[in-house]
Design a binder for this molecule. Structure first.
Ligand SMILES: Cc1cc2nc3c(=O)[nH]c(=O)nc-3n(C[C@H](O)[C@H](O)[C@H](O)COP(=O)(O)OP(=O)(O)OC[C@H]3O[C@@H](n4cnc5c(N)ncnc54)[C@H](O)[C@@H]3O)c2cc1C
Ligand code: SF4
Length: 288
């Protein structure tokens, strides 16, 4: 069950060239929200928007296609999207909310819906939760160190950052590429990520990531009944090009392997917290 419950898994990409131009992978997140906004399935979405500093995400409520387009691409740093989950239904006045987030943010959303402490009238206003795969995240300072110090590249000149094929990739505006081995990145990871047991956003309505499919495409898990309904309508409307997952390389086996590696490693660390930190003492385990 390392991949969670799902109704179908597909390789897909947006059919909209404008979305694809700056999307991280197949533009699944932006295309799903743009389609849902057009159809009135959502009135807006909480996304990780750009900020004044390069590649530093800032949670924002996007209510137009332009705002959704501005949020394309992965910012490998913490974006507390859940901080807006209540306000989006209050001062922003949204009744049908879209939300994108990492697996932990999907967990926070579902917990908030089932145990709505301080979240009155929020649960039933969530119309579409899109999860993105996540191996680990980085504090913004870590991204600066990786790109500017290890990568000897000014973050201002970077057009895209990516983690894939065992490397941290830095692409510059002028067409240069710098890659760092992942062993360099480990010490910059957010420590809280080391107790995380979800890779493919098991609790989202639809989850997506790059692993498993060729460049420019995405792996998509359609999970809930709501997600299935929206996905079917988006396909019927021609929003996505799809291929069977078993027809693409490297395919679902690599997704399963990475999910298993993450969960096994973090489960081990979680267990070590019960015995290896202080005599007769344990560090807290949030899962028990
Ligand atoms: C920290 C992190 C680690 C990741 N690790 C993996 C991995 O190990 N394997 C894998 O296959 N995929 C991973 N991804 C997901 C991948 O990088 C893409 O975000 C995903 O495939 C969506 O691409 P897209 O083209 O569909 O999205 P786009 O259409 O380009 O849209 C990207 C969306 O992601 C949102 N977003 C960007 N940064 C963040 C953030 N920091 N927090 C929350 N939302 C954000 C934006 O708001 C935007 O809506 C990771 C993403 C993040 C943020
Ligand atoms: S590794 Fe887990 S805790 Fe860390 S950002 Fe990703 S989903 Fe959240």
């Amino acid at each position: 069950m390392v991949l969670g419950n799902y109704k179908q898994v597909i390789a897909a990409r947006s059919t909209d060239p404008e979305i694809l131009r700056k999307a991280q992978d197949g533009g699944i997140v932006t295309q799903l929200f743009a389609y849902a906004l057009d159809e009135g399935i959502i009135d807006g979405a909480i996304v990780a928007g750009p900020s004044d500093e390069p590649f530093k995400p800032e949670p924002m409520v996007a209510t137009t296609r332009e705002e959704l387009l501005a949020s394309r691409g992965t910012r490998y740093s913490i974006s507390p999207n859940m901080a807006l989950i209540k306000e989006v239904t209050r001062s922003y006045g949204l009744d049908k909310v879209g939300l994108v987030g990492t697996p932990c943010q999907m967990q926070a959303l579902r917990k908030g819906q089932l145990y709505p402490v301080g979240l009155r009238d929020v649960a039933d206003k969530i119309a579409l939760a899109v999860g993105i795969f996540c191996m680990e995240n980085f504090p913004y300072q870590g991204i600066i160190q990786l790109v500017e110090d290890h990568g000897a590249t000014k973050l201002d000149n970077v057009s895209k950052l990516d983690i894939g094929k065992g490397k941290f990739w830095i692409y510059t505006e002028r067409g240069a590429t710098v890659d760092l081995p992942l062993k360099v990145t480990h010490k910059y990871e957010q420590p809280g990520c080391h107790v995380c047991l979800d890779y493919v956003a098991n609790l989202a309505d639809i989850s997506t990531g790059s692993v498993g499919t060729p460049d420019g495409w995405s792996s998509v898990f359609v999970r809930s009944a709501k997600g299935d309904d929206i996905w079917a309508k988006a396909i019927a409307a021609g929003a996505f090009e799809t291929k069977p997952m078993d027809s693409v390389k490297p395919g679902i086996d690599l997704v399963t392997k990475l999910a298993t590696d993450k969960i096994t490693k973090n489960q081990k660390y979680l267990e070590s917290r019960a015995t290896e930190y202080g005599v007769g003492k344990a560090l807290r385990n949030p899962y028990i």
